[in-house]
Ligand binder design. Structure first.
Ligand code: NAP
Length: 284
């Protein structure tokens, strides 16, 4: 089999790290990019445990940094081709709409949305010349459904969904397929070290304080039900192995398909009632 080259962002932890290893195990050559070069050793160490270190090339890439993106563009020529791009880097920013500053919204979009656009624009010319390629974007259940207290993240993933639909329609004639992975909750760093909260949300005088506690209770309860991130890595690797991608969206995780079904077919008033009942245990 001809060697396939995959470029992945945010390979230092979570889905990115597990996908890197899974793809290397399946014979792909992985360009594992990460913003913090100090984490490279940990990644290589783990690859050695699976005897796949020869399949991996580590590159520094902060998807929000102009210089770093420039560096990526210069380095792409050293690879014979880029068959697959996995836009995985991201983080979750929480807070209530009234309290999240514009700057905080912008920071969320810089990584989760503009970062994806920048890396895709760097890679697309190579894929177009090759007349083949796959672009796999890590969206979320939050790309289809809004949750209170998570509007920066939800908005960034909704934007990613819309942009990916446009991209898919534009690049299909060049032999390039676009896919969106839509995970529910999985046990990675995103809910701990990766999570950031609006400065104002830490204020106990916030009018949304009670609401915040209900959400935190839900998140705490939900921890036990979080999926194993290896399932997502395995799904992404399966997609990478396919010839062409018929589907645009790949939902994964407990309750995700049901939630999408209810959101699509229930009238909004019913959907809202369900939401408040589950979150605040009362009618609003
Ligand atoms: N876990 C879930 O439940 C879940 C559900 C739905 C969607 N997702 C999506 O899955 C993707 C991966 O998240 P994860 O759950 O694996 O979380 P994670 O363990 O926190 O990993 C996130 C990765 O993104 C990297 N990153 C963040 N900002 C970056 C930047 N500016 N440039 C380059 N890399 C950056 C992080 O690097 P550092 O190590 O340097 O921080 C880390 O490697 C995200 O897009 C997330 O939105 C996750």
């Amino acid at each position: 089999m001809e060697k396939k080259y995959v470029l992945i962002t945010g390979a230092s932890s979570g889905f990115g790290l597990l996908t890197t290893i899974e793809l290397a195990k399946r014979g792909f050559s992985v360009i594992a990019t990460m913003r913090n070069e100090e984490k490279k050793e940990k990644v290589i160490e783990l690859c050695k445990q699976f005897q796949v270190e020869k399949q991996i090339t580590c590159l520094q890439l902060d998807v929000t940094c102009k210089k770093s993106l420039q560096h990526l563009s210069e380095h792409l020529n050293q690879f014979p081709k880029i068959d697959i791009l996995i836009n995985n880097a991201g983080f979750a920013f929480g807070g209530f709409c009234e309290e999240v500053s514009l700057q905080e919204y912008k920071e969320q979009f810089e990584t989760n949305f503009f970062g994806v656009i920048a890396v895709t624009q760097a890679v697309l010319p190579f894929m177009r010349k090759q007349k083949q390629g796959k672009i796999i974007n890590l969206s979320s259940i939050s790309g289809k459904i809004g949750f209170p207290g998570l509007s920066p993240y939800v908005a960034s993933k909704h934007a990613l969904e819309g942009w990916s639909e446009c991209l898919r329609l534009e690049v299909k004639p060049f032999g390039i397929d676009v896919a969106l992975i839509e995970p529910g909750s999985f046990a990675t760093n995103i809910w701990s070290s990766g999570k950031r909260i609006a400065k104002k949300a830490n204020n106990t005088n916030s009018p949304y304080d009670l609401y915040m506690k209900a959400i935190e209770d839900q998140l705490e309860k939900g921890k036990e039900e979080m999926g194993d991130p290896k399932e997502v890595a395995s799904l992404i690797a399966n997609i990478c192995e396919q010839d062409r991608l018929k589907a645009l969206r790949y939902p994964i995780g407990k309750g995700v398909k049901l939630a999408f079904y209810l959101k699509k077919w229930f009238p909004w008033t019913k959907w809202e009632q369900l939401f408040y009942k589950k979150l605040l245990h009362k009618k609003v």
